[in-house]
Design a protein around this ligand. Sequence first.
Ligand code: C5P
Length: 213
Amino acid sequence: MNTKKIIVALDGMKMKEAIEIAKILKGKVWGFKLNDLLYEDISIIKKLKKYGGVFADVKLHDIPNTVKNSTKRLSSHGVEIITVHASGGIPMMKSAKKNSGKSKIIAVTVLTSSKLKSKKEVLDLVKDAIKAKVDGIVCSGHELSSIIKINGSKRLLKIVPGIRPSWYKAKDDQKRKTAPKQALKLGADYLVIGRPITESKNILKTFELLRRE
Ligand code: C5P
């Protein structure tokens, strides 16, 4: 697989460990996704930019004015991607997009740790994201084939988390999982992979397994 489509989720670790992983994977993946580390020290963004793209997965969900302030501030730190919850509504997504500078705004549809009541939930959120003219969406691989049939969805970047290679056997919170190859086949532009990489004892060996898969 084209490993430049991989975004590595650096969750629940110390800054030192995150930088070590980034050094190992520099040039091999698209870049790195941050959640809790942003709250330890915002300088992590600058530090990681030496090793690849940086994705601030803050999943903003607030009134448009507050979202404007957060996107402006994050964008000024030089992140390539900022996430918002599509369920925050069209005016909120528009406000994020208008104030995002060079950063891309990606709308999260329904979390991959949730079971869906119906696919329509996701498809309606994608339609809102299209109306708000954001740059892309986060969805599970399970909905990709329906999403690509929506008018206007072609130009959206499709980012897929919940990626579980066949050899990763640990049980965790992800419910709507997809194998890497399958997600790419279904039209994912980027795959978010966290624990299958970060919890492995030998990052490089695991990465090699993924590349071959
Ligand atoms: O460790 P794992 O591969 O499950 O990491 C997936 C990452 O993608 C996590 O950082 C999680 O917050 C994020 N994410 C997700 N589902 C979404 C959006 C983001 O799992 N819908």
